[in-house]
Write a protein that binds this ligand. Structure first.
Ligand SMILES: Cc1cc2nc3c(=O)[nH]c(=O)nc-3n(C[C@H](O)[C@H](O)[C@H](O)COP(=O)(O)OP(=O)(O)OC[C@H]3O[C@@H](n4cnc5c(N)ncnc54)[C@H](O)[C@@H]3O)c2cc1C
Length: 556
């Protein structure tokens, strides 16, 4: 989808939405929106919430429930208003929350199983000042916060205010948690809104004068229905009545937008290495990348402490106290670090790569306190403040700081939070191909606690991010156990939209509804669990007892 030209972004200010082609990268959408400056949005627009990694396609983000840490706006899937989809039968159809409420719940996190997303419509919000605040907690303080939050959620369903817009890095070896919170000027809480304006300096995509005063509204206008299509050059910046069409701000804005679209959103399609000249004109073809040597630097366990320190300093650099606009203030991965990622993702980079598996496990809020008690015990072995030992055995399992985020209940059938809010823990395993050390036992112990210890599993199954690593061995992941009736609701959507299995993939043991009579049990509203003979009990090739002890995934 990212090789189609032109890729389009089309803002509609009247209903505060944007239609964006599936292959546009999240970062390019955000950059486009922040420059979409209008009288209604003098600082430009943005998505209400977005992830730390912003180099995926918007469709990939939506298909997998990609998220940052907002309890108010949730994942990118949650911000979708409508979708244009190429269906298994070859037709193209638009689905909206209004016209197709059931199928949209399925499409919200579809993992490629229902059709090919061609365009996505998101809601957008004007950019407002946001203040970023960094706090440091000890493990004891963090545990108290987590336990209190779980207790208050269990007692009366209430979620502490601090959790919204907060993400916390765990600097394992320093016995430290770095909590980054974002206070927004559009918050309903007046004190938070006021705090968000502290030391605010508008960025250069905002219509402000050099002195920092807002210029009279209407000095720079991008029409509400501006259509971003670089090949036909349809973005037109219209100066207000009476202004010269060639006045500097309008010419500059036009030049910038045209350049941005051709440079970032619609750059020349990179040709695959063994591609013929003629093939280039119809887009790059995907070739299996050759594995490259892993960086010994990251793999070696005696580098763990140093690399963790690099990670901590990196966080301090990007997460310190500051007030700016959303696209600039929410931390996102710097473009420069892309060069280190696996060639599977970014074939054009030739540098030595850092090989790692990135897992993200979500735990129900109600189990967050007990789960953290267990994790801290596993890692620190009773020495929470790190007073007794300098290097603990499990430290070697970490090269980067695990990241805690929070997402509220969503209505996607395969959304992790379909049954209530969850804490996510992003945690990375660096591989040891070149060092003779083929597994990482320290890391595995933490994963085992997260995915299988009753302290983490008692309130509902821990779930693995759809777009990340960690999937168990064939037959050992049971959708009905993970998602309950929602698994069969999703099965009904698959049966309706892809009855011949065109989008079935290489994991048929997981994408299965074997033994459930979908013909009889599916209706317009999905799975009819109340009807006799319609229980969402799928037959699996292996029972969980036949699977190895957690974490029962095979190293690649
Ligand atoms: C370094 C890194 C950091 C990450 N950080 C975060 C993070 O901060 N937060 C977070 O939530 N996630 C994060 N992720 C996960 C990432 O957002 C997902 O893996 C995302 O799906 C990748 O998008 P992609 O465009 O590369 O899709 P692909 O990897 O190509 O596809 C992923 C899935 O989406 C489906 N899909 C893709 N495009 C379409 C389409 N057009 N129509 C239908 N289905 C489609 C595919 O079938 C597949 O199932 C991170 C991933 C990486 C590699």
């Amino acid at each position: 989808m990212s090789t189609i030209r032109p890729l389009n972004i089309s803002v509609n200010e009247s209903d505060q939405s944007v239609w964006v082609d599936a292959g546009v990268k999240t970062i390019d959408l955000l950059t486009f929106l922040r420059h979409h400056v209008t009288p209604k949005a003098p600082a430009g627009y943005t998505l209400a919430a977005f992830p730390w990694f912003v180099y995926q396609s918007v469709a990939g983000a939506v298909a997998t429930g990609t998220h940052g840490s907002s309890m108010e706006h949730n994942s990118m899937s949650n911000q979708v208003l409508a979708l244009d989809v190429i269906l298994a039968n070859g037709t193209r159809r638009t689905f909206t929350n209004k016209t197709d409420p059931f199928l949209m719940r399925a499409f919200r996190v579809s993992v490629g199983k229902l059709g090919i997303l061609a365009r996505v419509q998101f809601c957008i919000v004007p950019e407002v000042p946001v203040r970023r605040v960094l706090k440091v907690y000890t493990p004891t303080e963090l545990l108290a916060l987590m336990k209190d939050a779980s207790a208050s959620y269990v007692a009366n369903g209430s979620i502490p205010h601090w959790m919204n817009e907060t993400q916390i890095f765990w600097v394992v070896q320093k016995n430290q948690f770095l909590a980054v919170s974002f206070l927004r000027a559009d918050s309903a809480d007046p004190s938070e809104a006021a705090a968000a304006l502290q030391n605010y300096r508008p960025d250069n995509t905002t219509v402000f004068s050099k002195k920092g005063d807002l210029l009279a509204l209407g000095e720079l206008i991008i029409p509400a229905d501006a259509h971003a299509n670089v090949s036909s050059g349809q973005i037109v910046i219209t100066p207000p009545e009476g202004s010269a069409a060639d006045a500097e701000p309008y010419v500059r804005a036009q030049r910038w937008l045209d350049g941005f679209l051709s440079r970032e959103v619609n750059p020349a399609v990179p040709a695959a290495k063994n591609d013929s000249e003629s093939a280039r004109t119809v887009g790059a073809r995907w070739v299996l990348p050759k594995p490259k040597a892993a960086s010994v630097f990251y793999g070696a366990s005696n580098m763990a402490e140093g690399l963790n320190e690099v990670s901590r300093l990196g966080i301090q650099t990007v997460a310190g106290n500051l007030t700016a606009e959303p696209a600039a203030i929410y931390i996102h991965q710097p473009r420069a670090t892309l060069s280190q990622l696996q060639t599977v993702l970014y074939d054009q980079y030739e540098l030595q790569t850092v090989l790692y598996d990135q897992y993200e496990v979500s735990i129900p809020l109600s189990a967050m306190g007990s789960c953290w008690a267990k994790l801290l015990d596993v890692v620190y072995q009773g020495d929470l403040e790190g007073t007794n030992s300098i290097i603990r055995p499990l430290d070697k399992g970490f090269r980067t700081a695990p990241l805690i985020r929070f997402i509220n209940k969503e209505d996607g059938l395969l959304s992790h939070t379909g049954d209530g809010p969850r804490m996510y823990l992003n945690i990375e395993d660096y591989l040891f191909y070149n060092t003779g050390r083929k597994t990482n036992p320290e890391f595995k112990k933490v994963m085992a606690a997260l995915t299988a210890d009753p302290a983490c599993t008692s309130q509902g199954p821990p779930r693995l991010h759809w777009g990340k690593a960690g999937w168990p061995d064939p037959g050992c992941w049971h959708g009905d156990a993970m998602f309950g009736d929602n698994w069969c609701h999703f099965g009904c959507a698959v049966q309706q939209l892809d009855p011949t299995g065109k989008f079935a993939d290489s994991a048929p043991d997981r994408w299965t509804w074997q033994g459930v009579d979908l013909d009889k049990c599916c209706g317009a509203e999905g799975f009819k669990a109340g009807v006799e003979g319609c229980a969402c009990k799928v037959q699996h090739a292996r029972s969980m007892e036949q699977c190895g002890a957690a974490p029962f995934y095979t190293y690649r």
